[in-house]
Ligand binder design. Structure first.
Ligand SMILES: NC(=O)c1ccc[n+]([C@@H]2O[C@H](COP(=O)([O-])OP(=O)(O)OC[C@H]3O[C@@H](n4cnc5c(N)ncnc54)[C@H](O)[C@@H]3O)[C@@H](O)[C@H]2O)c1
Ligand SMILES: [Mg+2]
Length: 323
């Protein structure tokens, strides 16, 4: 991407976040992601695959008119970002409108986000997750926690303010550490009882108040599997919409190969075990699975999850060291 293009888009978005009038104006040239009770709208393309629906302002107004809704309803959208061509992108919750009428008008369907993730591309999944997260935050932050009075959003939705207490609330994410532990030749994966059958993932946990990334990571591994890790290596981060907005911070870590005996916290984990390079490579080659009705063979989270990135990186590293 060209640097100046990126900077000018960023400055443009900054202005839209801060200037209500500019943001209302931008709605007119915007692209809209629709959600029905937080389920995003997907549309089937000519080639038969699903894509995230991005409606133009004029199309959205037309659709609203068809289902009997005033076009000023568009003002309830929240700003998400902008495309490479500086077209602003918004999310809009249409849960009060008739679902099947909308689906018909839009020639699409509202799909639960977890299912939608299996149907769309990686770039789209980050955008659709952000859109849902922002809607959810606004839906659950309508009142000031100090005074109980209603909070009022700015036009872009980048904050809500209580005029009675003067407190400004900003959308929140909860920091979560996720770590792939290696003993040099195997890696440690675990599953919670609520995971889809057969899926194992890297160890994870919410950061406690006041903790550093490193502290949270050491603590989570000790709590969940009774091991002490060393050689922490940062890999990357990701916003994760389930069950609410988490900010996933992903790392690699190692344990002493003589101290690999796991001692599982059964309240949190159903199982945790060491997997060989061969088991991991095989699992990575399987297509991402839609959990329902699948037989419980070992599989790993799909590419849109940062756990997959950690596992992939570990496998690449192993491959190099085995040459
Ligand atoms: N994207 C990925 O690849 C990936 C992989 C694994 C986990 N995750 C996500 O990481 C998150 C945390 O993982 P975990 O379940 O192992 O966490 P965890 O090990 O901290 O255990 C969850 C428990 O922590 C407590 N908790 C503390 N702070 C909390 C908070 N802010 N919100 C909710 N619960 C809180 C609750 O009692 C909850 O039951 C989950 O939301 C999960 O979806 C994402
Ligand atoms: Mg955990």
């Amino acid at each position: 991407r060209s640097c100046s293009g990126y900077v000018s888009r960023t400055r443009y978005l900054m202005r839209l976040r801060e200037d209500d009038e500019a943001c209302r104006e931008a709605l007119r040239s915007g692209n809209f992601l629709l959600y029905h009770k937080l389920a995003p709208l997907l549309q089937k393309t000519n080639s038969g695959v699903y894509k995230l629906a991005c409606l133009k302002a004029s199309d959205l107004e037309h659709i609203l008119e068809k289902v009997g809704k005033d076009k000023r309803f568009v003002n309830e959208s929240f700003l998400l970002g902008c495309t490479d061509k500086s077209e602003p992108q918004f999310s809009l919750e249409v849960g009060d409108l008739d679902r099947s009428a909308l689906e018909q008008e839009c020639r699409g369907m509202f799909v639960d986000l977890r299912k939608a993730f299996f149907m769309i591309t990686g770039l789209e999944s980050a955008l659709v997750a952000k859109g849902q997260a922002l809607l959810r935050w606004h839906q659950t932050n309508g009142f000031c926690s100090a005074t109980g009075q209603p909070t009022v959003r700015n036009q872009s939705g980048s904050f809500r303010v209580c005029h009675s207490s003067g407190v400004t609330y900003y959308p929140k994410m909860a920091p979560v550490v996720i770590v792939l532990v290696s003993d040099g030749s195997r890696c440690l994966l675990a599953r919670q009882a609520m995971f889809p059958p057969g899926m194992y993932s890297a160890l994870s946990g919410f950061c406690d108040m006041g903790e550093s990334l490193e502290e949270a990571l050491h603590r989570e591994v000790a709590e969940e599997v009774g091991l002490e890790v060393e050689n922490l290596q940062y890999s990357g981060s990701q916003h994760w919409p389930f069950p609410q907005s988490s900010f996933m911070l992903a790392c690699h870590a190692t344990v002493n190969p003589d101290k690999t005996q796991v001692n599982i916290d059964t309240a949190e984990l159903e199982d945790a075990r060491w997997f060989t390079f061969e088991e991991i490579t095989e699992a990575l080659q399987k297509p991402p699975r839609n959990p329902k009705g699948e037989p419980p063979v070992f599989w790993v989270p799909p590419p849109y999850a940062i756990a997959n990135q950690l596992i992939q990186e570990w496998a690449n590293q192993q491959q190099l060291s085995r040459k």
